[in-house]
Ligand binder design. Structure first.
Ligand SMILES: Nc1nc2c(c(=O)[nH]1)N[C@H]1C(S)=C(S)[C@@H](COP(=O)(O)O)O[C@H]1N2
Ligand SMILES: [Mo]
Length: 307
């Protein structure tokens, strides 16, 4: 029997009722024949995934830490706001529109997105520009696999990510703390890099709303704000896209925003960080410790100017 995540089954055209009925009929039919039926062992919201060699060996933060200490300004600016107010977010149906410089623009349903590539667990460090960090076991697939489906043209030099901005569901969007919708961007080679993933889960389960459900990008060598949550649109562009944080503070948040202990934020040092749950500070690593894999993309660039 093909075992699929419950979520994937529920999100298809089959209604939960129909699914339940089918199973029930299957059960009674089998019972009549005296057979034991193996039903999917998957509990609600559990994902099927494989482990990845690209995971880091650091100790993971707990599920509690990862889901109770969040930046998701659409749901409020306090760290515990998203956990309290994101519960209402409706994550089905959900689509990502991919448009711009590509031969095959397409609107991907969540069902399609979950079938882009086999899901992998990627244990990544996340370094927030504010000076804290976590280690999160994401479940996702490479963004490159998704972008390949739309055939980017030779003019596709950048990728813009656009998050949902729905006043009805997101109390933070009612206030002008940022220029909504939240937008972010990457250069095309950064977007195609094997470390860049679209995350649909963490700790083996579908993504909690406060972490960017149902699907968000994760770019582990950049400050956390580059990893936009609850994405509804991806645009391939020739020109470098504007980004929410760069617009809000151009001298504080650059387009690249690679983790760099040698380039301080104008208002604080970036040399050290506090891993959530730890008492002593750690030294921040160049490119968040992913330098061997990503430094080549920035050869010849002045990272103090292109921060
Ligand atoms: N749409 C959206 N995406 C966002 C944010 C946000 O406020 N809105 N915050 C960013 C910041 S500052 C960080 S540090 C990470 C936090 O991700 P996490 O809560 O899953 O750890 O999400 C990023 N993505
Ligand atoms: Mo952040």
């Amino acid at each position: 029997m093909l075992i699929r995540p419950t979520d994937q089954i529920l999100s298809s055209e089959i209604t939960p009722e129909a699914l339940w009925l089918n199973r029930r009929q299957l059960m009674t039919g089998a019972a009549a024949l005296g057979l034991a039926v193996a039903l999917p062992a998957q509990a609600a919201g559990e994902l099927v995934y494989r482990k990845s060699p690209l995971s880091v060996k650091d100790d993971k933060n707990s599920f509690e830490q990862i889901t109770q200490y969040n930046n998701f300004y659409e749901f409020g600016t306090d760290k515990d706001d998203p956990a309290q107010t994101a519960g209402k977010l409706k994550t089905r149906p959900w689509n990502i529109v991919i448009e711009g410089e590509c031969d095959k623009p397409h609107t991907f349903s969540m069902d399609e997105l979950l079938k882009i590539a086999p899901l992998e667990e990627r244990i990544y460090r996340l370094r927030c520009v504010e000076g804290w960090s976590m280690v999160i076991p994401w479940v996702g697939f490479p963004l490159s696999e998704l972008l390949k489906r739309v055939n980017p043209t030779s003019k596709a030099k950048y990728v813009e990510f656009i998050s949902l901005a729905d006043k009805e569901q997101m109390p933070g969007v009612q206030r002008a703390v940022l220029d909504w919708p939240y937008t972010e961007g990457l250069r095309i080679d950064e977007a195609m890099h094997p470390l860049t993933i679209m995350a649909v889960g963490l700790y083996g389960k579908v993504l909690p709303n406060q972490n960017g459900a149902p699907i968000r990008v994760v770019v582990p060598w950049k400050y956390g704000f580059k990893s936009a949550k609850s994405i509804v649109k991806i645009r391939l562009t020739e020109k470098q896209p504007q980004t929410s944080w760069n617009k809000a503070g151009p001298n504080e948040y650059g387009f690249y925003s690679n983790v760099n202990p040698e380039v301080d934020h104008p208002r604080w040092s970036q040399a050290t960080e506090r891993r959530i749950g730890e008492f002593f500070k750690r030294k921040t690593l160049m490119f968040n410790g992913y330098g061997d894999q990503v430094a080549g993309m920035y050869k010849g660039m002045d990272l103090k100017k292109l921060f």
